[in-house]
Design a protein around this ligand. Structure first.
Ligand SMILES: [Ca+2]
Length: 333
């Protein structure tokens, strides 16, 4: 039943505890909540009673545990992953979003040194341009995962702590009202609390961060995320290559670009576009709908992967951005 997924070995204990909490939180006697509140008081100077009062508003939800336990999308092949994101609908809505907010998007892109179509594509892949940013209370999601999902409790306790540290003064809304994904990712760009703390910006200058209703804050925050992670304007992202029959097999270790293009060519990978021979790349092999694809991916592709570690995610963002850029050409004379 319900929480059997929690942890092998301690299933009985986890089950008993979760059943109790699911039925009715007894916060005044829950030692884990107490310990957490005590830590936030000792380490961060928060008022223990206030932390407990906020925790008391959280609802532990089985649907959150079900969602996080689903198999990862990383197991999909590119031919099955691509059609989820590269749809006419998502491209057309991205073009409309770009054209409708061109001044803002291009101002942020210039200021932060990021490609405008990448900002649009990230928001498109994450939440279909704000149409689907999740319906969970962030507090519910993080409390559920911090205290009832042992495999990642350390990570989510850290995010819950950061949510409290952001506090009502930094965010545009009280922290117990914030809405996001089942994993506590917030707003149009799906920022978890540590990402909000490190990368979100108040781009409309009202003193608060609003990743739900302020387009400047949303666009500026995504642009700043890319800027801080090292996006380099005007540099290549990914180029498809033709592999010679005797192309050397390359065991790519992640997406970090370590091989100069001239080396890749010597090994039998001919880029489909002209590119600086000294540019560093790595090889990404994908299973496309028409067979295997060999891609040379560069530093900027690696930067996209800092938003989400899946290579397929990065490729979807990149290809969506290119479709949007093609179709969103500025037609003003
Ligand atoms: Ca703001």
């Amino acid at each position: 039943m319900a929480l059997a997924l929690a942890v092998a070995g301690t299933a009985v204990a986890a089950n008993a505890k979760a059943t109790k909490v699911l039925a009715r939180p007894q916060l005044d006697v829950d030692p884990e909540y107490r310990e957490f509140a005590r830590e936030l008081h000792q380490d961060d100077g928060l008022v223990e009673a206030e932390v407990l009062a906020t925790l008391a508003k959280a609802r532990v939800q089985q649907s959150i545990l079900n969602a996080i336990s689903r198999p990862a999308e990383a197991t999909k092949a590119w031919k099955d992953y691509r059609p989820i994101f590269l749809t006419d609908k998502r491209i057309n809505e991205g073009v409309a979003f770009y054209q409708g907010n061109r001044e803002l998007i291009e101002r942020a892109a210039n200021e932060f040194g990021v490609a405008p179509e990448i900002i649009v594509a990230i928001i498109g892949v994450e939440t279909s341009y704000g149409q689907n940013f999740g319906s969970y209370k962030v507090l519910d999601a993080l409390v559920t995962l911090a205290f009832h999902y042992p495999p990642r409790s350390k990570f989510f306790r850290g995010e819950l702590r950061q949510l409290f540290l952001l506090g009502d003064s930094r965010m545009a809304y009280p922290i117990d009202e914030l809405v996001g994904s089942y994993a506590g990712a917030m707003g149009w760009g799906q920022f978890i609390p540590t990402s909000v703390a490190n990368f979100a910006v108040d781009y409309d200058g009202d003193g608060r961060i609003d990743l739900w209703n302020s387009l400047p804050d949303i666009v500026g925050s995504v642009a700043n995320y890319f800027s801080v992670h090292g996006w380099t304007a005007g540099q290549p992202v990914a180029i498809e290559a033709t592999a010679a029959a005797n192309a050397r097999s390359i065991e790519a270790n992640g997406l970090e670009p370590v091989y100069p293009i001239e080396q890749m060519r010597a090994w039998g990978y001919e880029p489909a576009e002209t590119v600086d021979a000294t540019a560093l790349a790595t090889l990404l092999k994908l299973e496309g709908s028409k067979g295997n694809e060999d891609w040379l991916t560069f530093h900027n592709f690696y930067v996209i992967s800092r938003y989400n570690r899946s290579p397929l995610y990065s490729m979807a963002v990149w290809q969506l951005s290119q479709e949007i850029a093609l179709n969103a050409v500025d037609k003003t004379p």
